[in-house]
Design a protein around this ligand. Structure first.
Ligand SMILES: Cc1ncc(C[n+]2csc(CCOP(=O)(O)OP(=O)(O)O)c2C)c(N)n1
Length: 555
């Protein structure tokens, strides 16, 4: 960004200070916000780059509307920075406070409301990411204005120095997130070289890209890249690459070990698709803030809660992945050390799972029971986490889908029936009892629409996930208000809605019931009963067994 316009005010003085004190930006002062807006529009037209304009709260912000509307209609990139009062000063008679949320309606490409900022290193990093995102959003595709509304609290000038960020920005003053067009780079150089010790983190890719590449082409390109450069593929079950030769399934466990996480530090990360659910993986990526992280993000969704991605390619993901390569032979030792750890953890988990019908065992065996010709819909809560933790890699697996847009437990049964209607393959739904109770009305599709579906409900009479959280210690509230046991009899639900019902009690019986139901093309509820408290213990036992094996084999 080269130009910015300011209009005077108290509430926006922190924004003015930031813009004026940045030597690479020319700041143009205006008395009237209406003029400031149109001046910014002119500067953006002439330079072809986004221009920022800032004003104070209240009608000042409303005075930018004509220029914002013109910029939207004429496709001119603007970054509108309106100062605002914090929540406690809204609608209580404080001066100059109007409703500024989505003030310009549909005349902006993006509206975003910030919190009053705290001066921490993490916030500074995030604000850099947000600035890059605002810039690229204004410019990308059809250009236009973006609106950031910034509530600011007194004091409005710094009363103490900002914290010293050990990495105050990228080297040579580059933007925090650079926009990469890897496939375009290939036009000027045959391939883009990556270092030998890298990892690919592969998450959910469900649909075709804006560039028209089919959904399945992206995981395939990720697999080709991993093999070409000899990198491990940390593969979420939703990535569609967990079957690949380089796939690492137990990353959640491996990265819990601080020593191993440090030793597995890569020189580069390529991220494909959505960010996986695993907390240890997310923490590890966050700690790699100074490692080059390239995101192949076909829909430009900025999957980066820690603001550590340094390059983002939202152009042609397949082209980008196919362009990356190396002029050196792969570092066999690097891939082998990941594989050794993965094998050690995988073997330990498999033997600790024993033959007892448990929630982790279901996740571990489901791939083998269903095979690659089945679509597996996985509910939120523990089912999706158990699959990520325990579904082994390296064998042909079902196509796994899940509602991970907003991670809700709602509508899961209906989504699965929708899949069944439109998918030529058999559909199996893995779901918890609370999620099934939530969308119990969705079962009516079995009778009214005559659709086949196998519903495997893991019934632990409540939300098992909450036993893993600190709230489980609040005994007076936990059972009734958080775990929410219901005592529903799903056999009766099956009878009411016209589904078949089975309740296997052993591992073999469950495998048989699943196979029967899939081949019958009927709607069936298969219920497995478990205990929430036991489930917590089993997860702990498995994690301990995995970690112990890692320490023995790898150290
Ligand atoms: C619509 C919606 N409401 C509430 C939640 C919060 N929530 C997350 S997990 C969960 C409990 C799920 O329990 P269950 O489906 O039985 O699975 P389990 O945890 O036992 O594996 C709830 C209520 C949510 N994610 N979505």
């Amino acid at each position: 960004m080269q130009h910015a316009c300011t209009a005077p005010g108290s509430r926006n003085s922190p924004i003015i200070l930031s813009l004026v004190r940045e030597p690479r930006i020319s700041c143009w002062s205006h008395i009237d916000e209406r003029c400031a807006g149109f001046f910014a529009l002119g500067a953006a037209k002439a330079s072809g780059r986004p221009v920022a304009v800032t004003c104070t709260s209240g009608t000042a912000a409303a005075n930018l509307a004509p220029a914002v509307i013109e910029a939207f209609q004429a496709r001119v990139p603007l970054i509108v920075l309106t100062a605002d009062r914090p929540a406690e000063l809204r609608e209580v008679g404080a001066g100059q406070a109007i409703d500024q949320l989505k003030l310009y309606g549909d005349a902006v490409k993006w509206f975003f409301e910030l919190d009053p900022p705290d001066a921490t290193i993490a916030t500074l990093r995030w604000i850099r990411q947000l600035a890059c995102r605002a810039y690229w959003t204004a410019l990308d595709g059809r250009p236009g204005p973006v609106h950031l509304n910034l509530p600011l609290r007194e004091p409005l000038v710094p009363d103490r120095p900002l914290p010293q960020d050990p990495r105050p920005g990228r080297e040579d003053g580059a933007p925090w997130v650079r926009r990469a067009r890897v496939s375009d780079w290939a036009r000027v150089q045959p391939s883009v070289t990556v270092p030998p010790r890298g990892v690919i983190v592969a998450g959910r890719v469900e649909h075709a890209t804006r560039a028209g590449e089919p959904a399945a082409a992206i995981p395939e390109a990720a697999v080709r890249l991993a093999e070409r450069v000899g990198w491990p593929l940390l593969a979420d079950p939703l990535s569609g690459v967990r079957h690949a030769p380089n796939a690492i399934a137990t990353y959640d466990l491996l990265l819990r070990d601080p020593g191993l996480a440090a030793r597995m530090r890569p020189e580069m990360v390529v991220r494909v698709g959505d960010l996986p659910t695993s907390k240890p993986l997310r923490t590890w990526l966050q700690e790699l803030a100074d490692v080059r992280q390239l995101a192949v993000d076909p829909d430009g969704t900025w999957q980066d809660p820690d603001a550590v991605i340094s390059e983002l390619d939202n152009g042609h993901p397949v082209g980008a992945l196919d362009t990356l390569g190396s002029d050196r032979p792969p570092d066999r030792h690097w891939l082998e050390s990941w594989r050794t750890a993965d094998r050690a953890a995988g073997t330990a988990l498999a033997s600790a799972l024993a033959d007892e019908l448990s929630e982790p065992l279901i996740a571990a065996r489901l791939g083998e029971w269903l095979g690659p010709e089945v679509t597996l819909m996985c509910a939120a809560s523990m089912p999706i986490r158990d699959l990520e933790l325990y579904l082994p890699a390296g064998r042909p697996l079902p196509r796994v889908l899940s509602n991970r847009g907003a991670n809700g437990i709602d509508g899961t049964v209906s989504t699965a029936f929708g899949l069944s209607a439109a998918d030529s393959r058999a559909v199996v739904l893995l779901i918890g009892d609370v999620a099934l109770a939530h969308d119990i009305g969705g079962l009516i599709a079995a009778r009214r629409l005559d659709l086949p579906l196998t519903i495997l409900v893991v019934n632990n009479n409540g939300g098992g996930i909450f036993h893993f959280l600190a709230i489980s210690g609040e005994a007076d509230v936990f059972e009734q208000h958080i775990a929410t046991p219901h005592g529903l009899d799903f056999e009766r639900a099956a009878a009411l809605y016209g589904l078949e019902y089975e309740r296997p009690r052993t591992v073999d019986d469950l495998g048989d019931a699943l196979k029967r139901s899939i081949s019958k093309e009927a709607a069936t509820i298969i219920e497995v009963r478990t205990e929430r408290a036991d489930n917590l213990e089993i997860h702990r036992r498995l994690a301990d067994a995995g970690m112990a094996a890692l320490q023995r084999r790898v150290s």
